[in-house]
Design a protein. Structure first.
Length: 370
């Protein structure tokens, strides 16, 4: 075949020169670069998944429940139980990972001739999915300490009048949470400017020191809270994301969902996981403790660390972050270089994995000081 590159194809202009999302998948002893839960699912849950999938397999000749009613009902119960805010079936929608949730929201409320804003550095898929849906992307400001200045952000919203506003809390890749008051102020700014949809991305909320912002949904029909089962539930391979919002928002995103988008196997597996939330959230507590240990040990070793409410820690500062990344990798530990000058990110792993990481960065600090 002839040597044809992407640029030789009639690719849309806004996609040219862009790179697909992804982290290096390398075979190394310790992998702490993708914010996965390092603990395998407990055996009783594995057995329950097998049972539920076996039941689902008997009807794979039929399409799955198009509206995932049982799954959404159980997700609503989980949200209610863990937040104290009453959430019902009509408030919840689920899709293949939080990325598909974001895509459906942008297909519904964004698109050609519309724009979305996020405050960067933040989750890069917000911008990538915006471009993929033909939505113009606006990079809003964050401070040098990676916080959102309410006055500056509100001014950007007033100036650009976006159709969708993304607020990630805890923020990825920096780990810091956005205060409730900031979210409220930006919601009000967004309603005054357009009004527009405000999406609060809570992918890491179970690891936070603070509470979910789900109670803010009350009386705010243009507010959406998105979640995932990939992190706290230790189910990254499941690919199940969900949102909570006003029932009208749930009705709206169904206008763009693909028919029968959640397979019967996915729904069965997620339902099994929701039966074991008490055990899974104990792992979350372990990871929170390990995250706090990483913060303390990194600071003791002489590194600068961003306060984290997630299951990862951003640390620095390095004259050349990619060189530092490589030197840590040479010691058998894979962390994440997100392209933020001077900073790297490490996911909280098991105690042994974290020990290996800390040994590597201490050695690196000694090498840099020599």
């Amino acid at each position: 075949m002839s040597d044809v590159r992407i640029d030789d194809l009639p690719v849309r202009a806004e996609l040219r020169g862009k790179s697909p999302y992804g982290a290096p998948q390398l075979d190394v002893p310790v992998r702490l670069n993708t914010n996965e839960n390092p603990y395998p699912l407990p055996e009783p849950l594995v057995e329950r998944i097998a049972e539920r999938v076996r039941e689902a397999a008997r009807n794979l000749n039929r399409y799955p429940d198009r509206d995932a009613v049982e799954l959404r009902t159980q997700l609503a119960k989980y949200l209610t139980d863990t937040s104290g805010h009453e959430v019902g079936l009509a408030n919840v929608w689920a899709a293949n990972g939080s990325n598909e949730v974001i895509q459906q929201l942008l297909q519904t409320f964004g698109g050609p001739g519309r724009t979305a804003i996020g405050f960067e550095p933040s989750y890069s898929m917000h911008g990538l999915i915006s471009r993929g849906t033909g939505t113009g992307w606006i990079s809003g400001p964050r401070g040098d300490d990676f916080t959102i200045d309410v006055e500056v952000a509100a001014k950007a919203i007033a100036e650009h009048r976006p159709d969708v506003v993304f607020i990630t809390t805890p923020n990825n890749p920096t780990g810091n949470a956005v205060p409730r008051e900031t979210v409220l102020a930006l919601y009000e700014a967004a309603q005054a400017a357009k009004p527009s949809m405000v999406v609060v991305d809570e992918a890491y909320i179970e690891f936070s020191h603070g509470d979910s912002l789900l109670p803010l949904l009350e009386g705010r029909p243009n507010l959406v809270v998105s979640r995932t089962m990939s992190k706290a539930f230790g189910a990254a391979g499941l690919r199940l994301g969900y949102l909570a919002a006003h029932p009208a928002v749930v009705d709206a995103v169904q206008l763009v969902r693909l028919p029968y988008h959640l397979s019967a196997v996915t729904q069965a597996t997620a339902l099994a996981a929701l039966e074991h939330t008490d055990v899974l959230l104990k792992y979350v507590e372990q990871l929170k403790s390990e995250r706090d240990r990483l913060v303390a040990e990194l600071r003791a070793a002489g590194y600068e660390v961003v306060e984290s409410d997630a299951n990862f820690v951003q640390f620095g500062r390095f004259e050349d972050s990619h060189t530092a990344w490589q030197k840590i990798l040479d010691r058998g530990v894979l962390v994440r270089d997100n392209g933020i000058p001077g900073w790297l990110r490490v996911s909280a792993g098991t105690p042994d994995e974290n020990d290996a990481f800390l040994d590597a960065v201490r050695e690196l600090k000694k090498e840099q000081s020599a």
